[in-house]
Design a protein. Structure first.
Length: 430
């Protein structure tokens, strides 16, 4: 919509024009009305306006004096003048100021609508000629070079409105935004920087930086570092099933991420993995419940909201599904001593409970047997060692509690769908 302001010291005139003229039919919107020239001048210093309809005779500055000053601020705006009587000197001055037209009061509705039709057409043509080129986000280096071949300097920015000579529309953390190229720095930009070759890498780097800036807020953006290498000890706590310990670990994860500020997608995946591992403590839950949680987490637009959401979901899970205290103790033992040779009958003896009954409790609460829970913990630990160390697969096998390499391979393939060697090779690929 093209923006219109009305300036007349008679309130009834400005309000009458708003009622009498269907501005929306001309793709126009009256954004403000003023009763003196100085107020209108102050407004256009802060707001862009396309059309100014003004009276000539007003207290203080006349409408023509106001237009003369406005021309220095909005040289491309369209000016329409109204006057209660025809005076040749006024008409001559208006013509020198290149106003669109000079109307006598009372304003003829049909005449003004004809003028607005013409102005709307001119504005639409000018808008088309100024429209930026729409680019795609996966531009190749050659495409960038061809586009910018005749440019001595270019500025890359991010804004809420389309501007510059080229744009890349993006939805960033749920916000419709525009990456844009301009010949000079834009004061309307959320962020920006000089744009240099290699353009493809420069664009990707800027994209990641502004996304992180929007997501992390005031956090200092540090060099990225893999945060998943820290996850194995966190998982040992999660598997124990103690809510307070898990929430304490969540605080550690939050501080870890704030320190290293990884890419937004990596951080979201880390928190999704965290809550997913807790979710799997309650294996009788429906998979679609976790699917809904993941979808909601993917849409979160800030780190603060993400951590708050995760904490609330964890508390809700434990409040809704409280485990038997003996099962919790078994999970604690598995999480702490999975490298050792663990037998259910030994744990049941320490808990003063029948091993058969304890096995039934575990199955009922987790939908897994004791052996399955122990294998999951050991394979989870093995996955982390495969990703964060160069240790041999045999050494990792023994480190996580297995004494038979062949059995380790069999269990790993059953849980992960591939061999330890294939898992390490696939994940490590760039």
């Amino acid at each position: 919509m093209f923006k219109v302001i009305l300036v007349d010291d008679e309130y009834i005139i400005t309000e009458g024009l708003k009622v009498m003229i269907p501005f929306e039919q001309f793709k126009m919107e009256v954004v403000a009305t003023f009763r003196d020239a100085d107020s209108a001048l102050d407004y256009i210093k802060e707001h862009n306006v396309d059309i100014i309809i003004t009276d000539v005779n007003m207290p203080g500055k006349t409408g023509l004096e106001m237009i003369s000053q406005m021309k220095g601020i909005l040289p491309d705006a369209h000016y329409i003048v109204m006057s209660g009587y025809q005076d040749f000197s006024y008409v001559k001055t208006a013509l020198n100021l290149q106003v669109v037209d000079y109307l006598l009061k009372p304003v003829d509705k049909v005449e003004l609508e004809q003028i607005l039709t013409k102005v709307s057409h001119q504005l639409q043509l000018a808008s088309l000629s100024r429209s930026p080129v729409v680019l795609h986000s996966n531009m190749l280096e050659k495409e960038w070079e061809d586009l910018l071949a005749n440019k001595s300097s270019v500025w890359l920015g991010l804004s809420k409105e389309a501007e510059g000579f080229a744009i890349i529309p993006q939805t960033l953390l749920g916000q419709p935004l525009y990456f844009f190229l301009a010949d000079q720095v834009s004061s309307n930009a959320i962020d920006g920087q000089p744009f240099h070759a290699p353009y493809q890498e420069s664009y990707r780097s800027f994209h990641h930086r502004v996304e992180k800036q929007l997501f992390y807020g005031d956090a200092v953006l540090d060099e990225e570092e893999s945060v998943f290498s820290y996850y194995e000890p966190l998982y040992r706590v999660i598997i124990q099933g103690n809510l307070q310990q898990i929430l304490a670990e969540l605080d550690l994860v939050e501080n870890l991420v704030k320190t290293h500020t990884p890419k937004v997608a990596v951080t979201k995946q880390l928190f999704i993995q965290f809550i997913m591992d807790v979710f799997h403590l309650f294996e009788h839950l429906k998979a679609e419940d976790m699917t809904q949680i993941v979808a909601e987490m993917e849409e979160i637009a800030s780190f603060e909201i993400l951590t708050d959401y995760t904490e609330k979901k964890l508390i809700a899970l434990f409040e809704q599904y409280r485990m038997n205290e003996n099962v919790v103790k078994v999970l604690e033992v598995i999480g702490k001593d999975y490298q050792k040779e663990l037998l259910l009958k030994d744990i049941s003896k320490d808990l003063f409970i029948n091993p058969v009954y304890l096995g039934q409790l575990i199955k009922r609460e987790t939908n897994s047997t004791f052996a399955e829970l122990l294998n999951k913990q050991r394979i989870k630990a093995a996955q982390q060692l495969l990703l964060s160390t160069n240790d041999s697969i045999e050494d990792i096998c023994f480190a996580v509690g297995y004494s038979n390499v062949g059995y380790f391979y069999k269990v790993f393939r059953k849980i992960c769908g591939k061999s330890p060697k294939s898992y390490r090779k696939q994940v490590m690929m760039p």
